[in-house]
Design a protein around this ligand. Structure first.
Ligand code: AHR
Length: 506
């Protein structure tokens, strides 16, 4: 087998309890995420509400806990009032962000009803690109005020007598990006975010508010942006956001497989910025991170980033098809999020359906799971209880983009209620397996309940409508253990979950 790696698990090495909101996702009015994605009136699986039943089933299977809506770049030009009330009276609008025609047959009421059916928490983003404090407060009143006011009574008249009670709100989207409609400097945005937050809290004091951090750690303003924004808004917000997308460029698979090394550094830098702002504000309050957009995204594939015709309705945009290597990277990024779960309390895989998504659909047709569906779904299912700090001892390799990276990347969780331990591990080694030795003296007698792995002799293999199950996790039978140490084989370029527990008595 060649290389070996090792790690030790101990319930005393506690990072944090697994934050349920780490398994979030994102629905934007972008391409076919909403229209013919989650919403397709007339589809054979849809009910009267037009929500695709097959997509609801897959969303629940994916284990998504929270869904951010309605954008993304879209939100920075969005008038939320266009999407409420009788559908036939709703206006059609030009969506400048994605150069599409927005029919507005799906809006905030539909989204909250969909969230309830999908059993996810709604996370709402407000437009701080072309709009401001008043429109944010109007939307908040429409969503959360019990009744007896203009907006809350209007909501009731639209069939929603109970308030939506949305707790988690994003104060704009990627306001540091020059591509953003209404893009601002850090000082301009910081002031607007602070004043919007202040007014929103007058209406509903217990909201959890996310200020926009950087769109990516490669932004020229990364670090300085966070410092300025938090200087303005520290006492008024709860989270600072970070967005992280990765892709394989120039055939450099080694760097791509180590993308989590970059995400790890970015998270550490944002934590440092937030804590620096706390020191300057002499504040004992702690700002946590919302990594509310992350994924593999082939952004350099420019041909599908823009609509090909003028103002189409629900065009096929950024419908990346993911292979096995992409799924291994997604699994590795999730490992990083879990390893930082003491400070990363919200994270959203961008996005949910069709646009850079784990779920794909055909209009009037089938739906299927992309390769990246699996690491997310299994981690959402098996990462329970506490996140355990594990130090992985593994040989390293040199990457062009990120310097040295270990071949094995891992984290573990321990569920006190069931006694089960789950070790999540990625082998970045191309062409060769690695033996992973898991030391568990603190869990004597534990044995492997199940070892699931996502790997393939063809790491470029994908799932398609014609072959929806070409790639899926398989069970591995080969492991050895003496009750104190367990050894498993991690296939080349693989994502793995090793579930350990005491054997059940015969
Ligand atoms: O998720 C796709 C886009 O990526 C979002 O609209 C934007 O926020 C980010 O740049």
């Amino acid at each position: 087998m060649g290389e070996t790696a090792s790690l030790t698990i101990d319930p005393g090495f506690h990072v944090a309890d697994v934050p349920p909101r780490l398994f979030g996702s994102f629905v934007e009015h972008l391409g076919r995420c909403v229209y013919t994605g989650i919403f397709e009136p007339g589809h054979e699986s849809s009910g009267e509400d037009g929500f695709r039943g097959d997509v609801l089933d897959l969303t629940r299977e994916l284990g998504v806990s929270v869904v951010r809506y309605p954008g993304g770049n879209f939100v920075s030009g969005y008038r939320w009032e266009d999407g409420i009330g009788p559908v036939q009276a709703r206006p059609q609008r030009l969506d400048l962000a994605w150069h599409s025609l927005e029919a507005n047959s799906f809006g905030v009421g539909e989204f909250v009803s969909w969230s309830q059916k999908a059993r996810v928490e709604p996370m709402m983003a407000i437009n701080l690109g072309t709009r401001g404090v008043q429109e944010a407060c109007d939307l908040l009143e429409y969503c959360n005020h019990p009744g007896g006011t203009y907006w809350s009574d209007l909501r009731a008249s639209h069939g929603h007598s109970k308030p939506f009670d949305v707790r988690l709100w994003c104060l704009g989207n990627e306001m540091d990006g020059p591509w953003q409609i209404g893009h601002k400097t850090a000082a301009e945005y910081g002031r607007l975010a602070a004043e919007t937050a202040r007014a929103m809290r007058m209406l509903d004091p217990d909201l959890e508010l996310v200020a926009c951090g950087s769109s990516h750690s490669s932004m020229p303003t990364f670090g300085a942006w966070e410092a300025t924004v938090l200087e303005e808004a520290y006492d008024l917000v709860d989270y600072i956001s970070l967005h992280s997308y990765y892709e394989e460029t120039n055939g450099d698979l080694g760097s791509f497989l180590a993308a989590a090394t970059d995400m790890e550094r970015s998270i550490d830098s944002v934590i440092a910025s937030a804590d620096h702002a706390a020191a300057r504000a002499r504040s004992r309050k702690r700002i946590d991170l919302s990594v509310e957009e992350w994924n593999v995204w082939y952004q350099s594939n420019a041909s599908v980033q823009k609509a090909q015709t003028d103002w189409p309705v629900a065009p096929r945009l950024i419908e990346d098809t993911y292979n096995v290597a992409d799924a291994v990277v997604v699994g590795s990024l999730l490992i990083t999020l879990l390893r930082h779960s003491d400070r990363v309390r919200v994270a959203c895989l961008a996005q949910l359906v069709n646009a850079i998504a784990p779920i794909r659909t055909e209009p009037g047709g089938a739906s299927w799971r992309q390769t990246i569906f699996y690491p997310f779904a299994y981690m959402a299912r098996f990462a329970r209880g506490r996140v355990l700090r594990v130090d992985v001892r593994a040989p390293v390799y040199e990457t062009k983009k990120y310097g040295d990276a270990p071949f094995v990347h891992a984290v573990a969780t321990y569920d006190e209620d069931t006694g089960e331990v789950a070790v999540f591990a990625v082998n970045r080694r191309q062409g060769e397996a690695v033996e992973l030795s898991i030391g568990h003296r603190a869990f004597p007698g534990y044995r492997v309940v199940e070892h699931l792995q996502l790997a393939d002799d063809d790491i470029r293999a994908v799932n398609t409508e014609a072959q929806p199950n070409r790639v899926r996790p398989t069970r591995s039978a080969g492991w050895e253990g003496d009750g104190k140490t367990t050894r498993v084989r991690l296939r080349p370029v693989s994502w793995n979950v090793i579930r350990l527990a005491l054997p059940t008595p015969e």
